[in-house]
Design a protein around this ligand. Structure first.
Ligand code: 3PG
Ligand code: MN
Ligand code: MN
Length: 542
């Protein structure tokens, strides 16, 4: 096929745009979305499942996320994702046999302290409390005497004020373990994930603050316990979302940090998801690191739950091998000679590259793949800049479509998700309206170029900005939803001769329309043979 004459077929991901109830919690229903409404009523469309087993996650109600969503879209099939594989390995015991974990435990045998750092919640997007507990119990059973937990508070993949629940669960474990002679297991530091450590946009000040708390035991706030810290910050600001809590150090009666890191200690990053674990991993591992001044760096053994950066093989020690896709969509179309682009802003860059590719970050053939990254706004809450880079992405998309070079392009608009995570209605509406207009400009350009697009989302978020308790009380929702997402096949030549498969109750996990069916649908839209080793296309010819 001559890629220069290709009619572009795009996959447009409106990140975090789910199908809501239309009620007061639904920011999408409250937005003016003339483009979406026109496309929904004039194009073939369906809804897709994006959560739990539909994307290879362990539990029925696990929320989907950008990583698992893009990985599933690119794979064209449902594959076990990181947490599923970790859970299975913990259950069958193989998790504890890894060389990496043995090395970590060996430092404990030699008298070193084992430090667990990570997101302390059961959100299952970046981490899971069970994984902390499995590691803690294993260390205890192995007779490791000293362990510290440096906890990042969530409030973003779970309820907005839930930190105390997870803290108390581990405190109970520690109380039991410490009742045995010679054991001392404690929390050592804490702070909200948006304030410290879990940055993914080279905002090194956040990582540095976390580094100083965890590694050096240095920070502005000192507390005798985790609960003292949580109570203090909530008494100052009762509606404080856990993700925004300031960082602090846990200290003893003499005001000394209880868990500063020493030579000979081991550190395990418990998060399995890579995007927000890479920067702290660089700080621990890179020799020529220049993100910030690390001070006197203790000589510690560092391990991560999984690979966070495949290209650089970071971290060196991984407790679990990576989820790999043997033949992802991008590689398959490359082999067909189809030129492709990926386009988004920094916040979602790994998702349209690394995750969609099922494990590689850089183009396999730079002459045939253009990965275009627009820098995200820094040092702002996206609630204050809800347009994010959607207009710039649309400008670039129009230019790429008009260049007449590409047979495929993947675009991600981060707004409905990133602004949705702030939990505020008015900015979310602005975010959605911006995306709607940007998609409108892209479909207009596609129409002129004779192209087509699948317009969909990787999971919901902005259509569920409030959650309601049984007693009717409501609180802001900052997390993803498990609602289905829209899927529209934009085709200016559409004559009603096909439809998209609709969900029904007879279907199985594999056959219910989901993200795993998009790859085959794209092949069909490009006029290519659908490979027989991926899930079938959603297109049903009348
Ligand atoms: O990292 C985040 O911002 C949230 O935990 C998940 O959001 P994402 O999966 O859409 O990136
Ligand atoms: Mn997403
Ligand atoms: Mn999100």
């Amino acid at each position: 096929m001559n890629s220069n004459s290709a009619k572009p077929v795009l996959l447009i991901v409106m990140d975090g745009w789910g199908m809501g109830s239309g009620g007061p919690e639904d920011a999408i229903a409250q937005s003016s979305t003339p483009v979406f409404d026109r496309l929904w009523s004039s194009c073939a469309h369906t809804t897709l499942m994006t959560h739990g087993p539909f994307v290879g996650l362990p539990a029925k109600k696990d929320m989907g996320g950008s990583e698992v969503g893009h990985l599933t879209m690119g794979a064209g099939e449902i594959l076990d994702q990181g947490p599923t594989r970790i859970n299975k390995a913990i259950a069958d015991g193989s998790f504890f046999d890894s060389e990496a974990l043995k090395q970590v435990m060996a430092t404990g045998d030699e008298g070193g302290t084992i430090h667990l750092i990570g997101l302390l919640s059961d959100g299952n997007i970046h981490s899971h409390l069970d994984h902390f507990q499995s590691l803690i119990n294993h260390a205890f059973e192995r007779g490791i005497k000293s362990l510290r937990v440096h906890a990042l508070f969530d409030g973003r993949d779970v309820g907005i004020q839930t930190a105390q629940k997870f803290v108390c669960e581990l405190e109970e474990d520690f109380t039991f373990i410490n009742s045995h002679e010679g054991f001392n297991y404690h929390f050592a530091s804490g702070g909200g994930r948006e304030r410290i450590v879990m940055d993914r946009d080279r905002d090194w000040a956040k990582v540095e603050e976390g580094w100083n708390l965890m590694v050096h035991g240095k920070g502005r706030h000192h507390f005798p316990s985790m609960m003292a810290a949580i109570n203090h910050f909530r008494s100052e600001k009762p509606d404080l979302i856990d993700q925004d809590m300031e960082g602090f150090v846990v200290v003893d009666e003499a005001d000394h940090p209880v868990g500063a890191m020493q030579d000979g200690d081991a550190v395990v990053m418990v998060n399995f998801r890579g995007d927000r674990a890479i920067e702290i991993t660089e700080a621990f591992e890179l020799v020529d690191f220049d993100g910030f001044d690390r001070g006197n760096r203790p000589d510690v053994l560092y391990a991560g739950m999984m690979v966070y950066d495949e290209d650089r093989n970071l971290p060196k020690l991984q407790l679990m091998g990576p989820t790999k896709v043997d033949n992802p969509f991008g590689r398959r179309i490359l082999n067909l000679g189809i030129k492709q682009f990926r386009l988004t802003e920094t916040q979602k860059y790994p998702h349209v590259t690394f995750f969609f590719n099922g494990g590689y970050r850089q183009p396999l053939d730079p002459a045939m793949e253009d990965y275009i990254l627009i820098p995200s706004d820094k040092k702002v809450s996206f609630a204050d800049a809800p347009a994010m880079k959607a207009n710039e992405i649309a400008d670039k998309a129009v230019e790429l479509i008009e260049s007449d070079q590409y047979g495929f392009g993947l675009i991600n608009f981060a707004n409905a998700d990133m602004v949705g995570h702030c939990g505020m209605m008015a900015p979310a509406i602005k975010a959605i309206e911006t995306v709607d207009a940007a998609v409108g400009r892209i479909v207009d350009a596609l129409e002129k170029a004779g192209g087509k697009a699948l317009i969909t989302a990787d999971h919901g978020n902005a259509e569920e900005m409030l959650v309601f308790a049984k007693d009717g009380a409501q609180e802001a929702s900052t997390k993803h939803s498990i609602n289905p997402v829209p899927c529209i096949l934009f085709d200016p030549t559409y004559d009603g001769s096909y439809n998209l498969r609709q969900p029904d109750d007879e279907q199985t996990i594999e056959t219910k329309p989901g993200l795993a069916h998009l790859a085959a649908t794209l092949f069909e839209m490009m006029g290519q043979q659908v490979p027989d080793d991926i899930y079938p296309s959603l297109i049903v010819r009348n």
